[in-house]
Each structure stands twice: as structure tokens, then as C-alpha cells.
Design a protein around this ligand. Structure first.
Ligand code: S3P
Length: 428
């Protein structure tokens, strides 16, 4: 499906965002290996978290879903069953990587498959530590899906300094550690999102600028009963759009505000964005609150590379915001963007080029010469089947005067099924 997006005169209104994708995945997986019933309110109906539910069901975990509430009857650490068929993770890296940690830990013979994009993303980063722990896990051509996991003897805990700042990798190792003999310690020197630690209540120790997170077989696995907050990564598209559009005021309620996710807020505020935050009561696990964004004039910014893991999914939309800031902005240390659902540096370079923006693509980032408030060129933008590229291109298209087309716009359903409806709602 292609989507026409016209330049818009206003972005005004209030939105209910899709439930957080990262938290939805984790709540479901952790509920599955806990003992007893979990009730997860506001579970995401986006394609990725739904892939996780289907896989859990294939592993013998009873899952009931009704009006955004998911009930999972946890089978306990030793209750997962060998699936009759391949486990299809679709487009979801989080499903494949986290589930691999659990299945390798539990020694469940299984085969994890994914779509074309997921099958071209390296899985070596999880294969290496899981193999060190004694798991039998193999990819195709070395390190790509399909991943084949075989039964293995009980895993051994490891001490693993993360070679890449990745919450998916961190979580895969910690989850395998829940099944292993001895302690598993993951050492993280650049902090990534910490939903796994929070939801499983894992011990975390600070050592100077590093943290050590531990898991082992005797870790209690809590059932998961709570409300999933709105997805900050979805909110980021509107926070950026509201900041750069000259006639905007957008209210978003119950947005997840976990500090390991919200670097984009800090960055946009540093750029001069007018963002108001009303902290909510949230839940014990994850902070949330309301966010209001209004039109502003942005200044250029040089991103601190240490913040990259805390805004990794927001970098494409930050690039759009940078085009509307006065002066030269720079993102570096973001090579990981090349290993997402698509090569997001290359994909965004194509989008910015079509809009006539001034930039220079680097191997690990981008330099953008922002021209302040302006109307970019309308055009035909390729989403490359990547949800975040489709939404970033849409925001750019809203700022133009003419009519643009987003190619393969259905990709938004991966994380934000109502994106195009919300766009209509705000444009009046
Ligand atoms: C995610 C972690 C991030 C992020 C992805 C979701 C998660 O990936 O890009 O969309 O839920 O753990 P990495 O941890 O690999 O950077």
C-alpha cells in the first residue's frame, strides 16, 4: 500500500499512542516463564508484539487476548514445550533475539524464522555468548535466521562484557542466565534500555560508569500484572513533528518515560523544542506521563554518542528535526543504524535527498545542514518496508507544500497500526 501525504496547515489535537512495543514483548515472554496467571493491560496490537504472542502459544503457553488485555497462564521455567512448527518472528528482532535466549536456556529444540529483513540481520551477536554458555544454536551461513536451537545440557553462567550497546543482546544473555548453573553477569558500559532488568527485578550494581546485571536459576520470576505505557518511540514522531511545524499543539497521554528511552526528549529540548511534561503516577515498573509539544524554532545540535543507545529508534525522526534547525547538526557513533530493519542511515539519506535537504552521510552517522523553518520538496519516498522510515518520511512530507507518496506505507503496522489515522486526526 502506498500513502498520499499532503503538506498540512496544522498539527493539532490529542492522541492515544500505541502501547510500548519493547515492554509488550517482554511482559508476554516473562509472563510465559513465570508460574501463574499474568494480566497485561494495553498490550500492543502492532505486528511485532503479536508475533511474540503467536510464538509463545506455539510453545504451549496459553494466551488469551481481548480488547487490548492479554492473559497469559505462565508455564514456569521448565514448562515450555517443543513447538510442532517453525516459530515465525516476522519482522521482529526483539522476538527473535529474546526468545532465543529463553529457548537456548530451556534447551527447547526449535527453529526460528523471520521475514526477508529479519533474515538479513546478523544474529552472531547472540550466537556467540549463548554458545559460550553451552547452548546449541546455529544460524544459516553462520549468523543469519533461520536459527536452529537444539536440546543441550544445562547452560553455564558467564561473565559477559557487552561488545555492542544493545538491549536485545543484553536481554538474550540474561534470559539464558535464568536457566543456567551459576551466575550470569552482563557488563554494560554504555547503558541501553533497561526494561528487562525492571520487569524481572534483576539485581543491578553500579561500578563507576559501568553496570553489572545478574541473573541465575534461583531468580524469582514475577508474574506481569500492569498497564503497558504508550510507546515513547511512537510519540517521538509527533514530538518532532510538533516542534518543527509552525502551527502545532499535540497532547499525548500516558507516554512511557523510562529515562533509558527518552534521550530524544533531552536532545529536542536542547535544540529549543517547546515540550511540556506532566509526570503521571505510572506503574511501579515503568514511569509514564503526559507530553505536550508546541511549535518552536530549533537550533542545531551535535549529538553525544553516549546517548545513541537511548535514542537509537528515534534517530531517523531526529534527522528530520535537524533539517529544520538552524545550522549544522551531527550524529556520529551510530553505525548500529545500519543493522536495523533496514540500513537506516542509507534509507534516511534517500528520503532526505528526495526532499532536497542538505546533508552528508557518514559510515557511522550523518551531518545535516539545517535551514530552519522551510518547506521541503514533495516527492515519492521509499519506506524500504521499514516502519520508522515510513513515519519519518511522512513527517517530512507533512512539512512540504505539495503532494507526496510514501511507498509501502503499510510498514507502520509493525509498531504503530493507527499512524495514518492519527495523522488525519491532527491535520483536521
Ligand atoms: C529493542 C532494542 C533496540 C531497538 C529495538 C527494540 C528492545 O535494539 O532498536 O527497536 O526491545 O530491546 P538493540 O537493542 O539491538 O539496539
Amino acid at each position: 500500500m502506498n500513502q498520499i501525504v499532503n503538506g498540512t496547515r496544522q498539527l493539532r489535537g490529542s492522541l492515544t499512542l500505541p502501547p510500548d512495543k519493547s515492554i509488550s514483548h517482554r511482559a508476554a515472554m516473562f509472563a510465559a516463564i513465570a508460574e501463574g496467571e499474568s494480566v497485561i493491560h494495553n498490550y500492543s496490537d502492532a505486528a511485532d508484539p503479536q508475533s511474540t504472542l503467536v510464538c509463545l502459544n506455539q510453545l504451549g503457553v496459553p494466551v488469551e487476548q481481548q480488547n487490548g488485555t492479554v492473559r497469559i497462564s505462565g508455564v514456569g521455567r521448565d514448562g515450555l514445550q517443543v513447538p510442532a512448527d517453525d516459530l515465525d518472528c516476522g519482522n521482529s528482532g526483539t522476538t527473535m533475539r529474546l526468545l532465543s535466549g529463553i529457548l537456548a536456556g530451556a534447551g527447547i529444540k526449535s527453529r526460528l524464522i523471520g521475514d526477508e529483513s529479519l533474515s538479513s540481520r546478523t544474529m552472531q551477536r547472540i550466537i556467540t555468548p549463548l554458545t559460550q554458555m553451552g547452548a546449541s544454536i546455529k544460524g544459516q551461513n553462520g549468523d543469519y535466521a533461520p536459527l536452529e536451537i537444539d536440546h543441550s545440557d544445562k547452560l553455564r553462567g558467564i561473565r559477559y562484557p557487552l561488545p555492542i550497546a544493545s538491549a536485545q543482546l543484553k536481554s538474550a544473555v540474561l534470559l539464558a542466565g535464568l536457566f543456567a548453573e551459576g551466575d550470569t553477569e552482563v557488563i554494560e558500559s554504555v547503558p541501553s534500555r533497561d526494561h528487562t532488568e525492571r520487569l524481572l527485578q534483576l539485581p543491578v550494581e553500579n561500578y563507576g560508569s559501568s553496570v553489572i546485571i545478574k541473573s541465575n536459576r534461583s531468580q524469582h520470576l514475577p508474574t506481569q500484572n500492569y498497564n503497558v505505557p504508550g510507546d515513547f518511540s511512537a510519540a517521538a514522531f509527533w514530538i518532532a513533528a510538533g516542534s518543527i511545524h509552525p502551527n502545532a499543539e499535540i497532547l499525548m497521554k500516558n507516554v512511557g518515560l523510562n529515562p533509558s528511552r527518552t534521550a530524544a526528549l533531552k536532545i529536542l529540548q536542547e535544540m529549543g523544542a517547546d515540550i511540556e511534561i506532566e509526570p503521571g503516577t505510572g506503574n511501579a515498573m515503568e514511569p509514564m506521563g503526559d507530553v505536550i509539544v508546541r511549535s518552536s524554532q530549533l537550533r542545531a545540535v551535535k549529538l553525544d554518542p553516549a546517548l545513541i543507545p537511548n535514542c537509537i529508534d528515534e534517530l531517523p525522526i531526529l534527522m528530520v528535526a535537524m533539517c529544520f534547525a538552524e545550522g549544522r547538526s551531527e550524529i556520529s557513533g551510530a553505525e548500529e543504524l545500519r543493522h536495523k530493519e533496514t540500513d537506516r542511515l542509507a534509507a534516511m539519506a534517500n528520503v532526505l535527498r528526495i526532499a532536497g535537504e542538505k546533508f552528508e552521510e557518514k559510515t557511522d552517522g550523518i551531518i545535516i545542514q539545517g535551514t530552519g523553518s522551510h518547506q521541503p520538496g514533495a516527492g515519492e519516498f521509499q519506506s524500504e518496508h521499514d516502519h520508522r522510515i515510513a513515519m519519518s518520511a511522512a513527517v517530512l512530507a507533512m512539512m512540504s507544500v505539495g503532494k507526496s507518496e510514501i511507498i509501502n506505507a503499510e510498514a507502520t503496522a509493525i509498531s504503530y497500526p493507527n499512524f495514518w489515522d492519527d495523522l488525519k486526526l491532527l491535520t483536521g
